[in-house]
Design a binder for this molecule. Structure first.
Ligand SMILES: C[C@H](O)[C@H](O)[C@H]1CNC2=NC(N)=NC(=O)C2=N1
Length: 95
């Protein structure tokens, strides 16, 4: 399923507005690290993100070590960043 990559203009405005997210150093993706009190809090957060991902049919690349969750968002169908990543990042930030 083809999805358009973000244009230069969209990158300037939208990505800057995404609090806490940064460009990945090695690919066209955004990353954010979340820290919680403990594993239980981290897992609860991941459960909520998983439900959003299923609803949007857009899934994170992520890792979890105890209380830390690192999320990478990119669109495989676009081979880079698309509006889907921006929507996911906004929804995750709103949790
Ligand atoms: C077939 C299905 O719609 C696609 O594979 C979806 C599912 N989840 C996805 N998640 C992400 N992060 N990128 C995608 O391109 C993507 N595509």
């Amino acid at each position: 399923m083809a999805v358009e990559k973000l244009s230069e203009e969209e990158r300037g405005s939208w990505l800057e507005a995404l609090e806490g997210w940064e460009m990945a150093s090695d690919r066209d993706a955004i990353v954010r690290t979340f820290k919680f009190e403990d594993f239980s809090e981290a897992w609860g957060f991941m459960s909520r993100v998983a439900l959003i991902a299923e609803k949007n049919d857009h899934h994170p690349e992520w890792s979890n070590v105890y209380n830390t969750v690192e999320i990478t968002l990119t669109t495989h169908d676009a081979d880079g960043l698309s509006h889907r990543d921006v929507h996911m990042a906004q929804a995750i930030n709103a949790l």
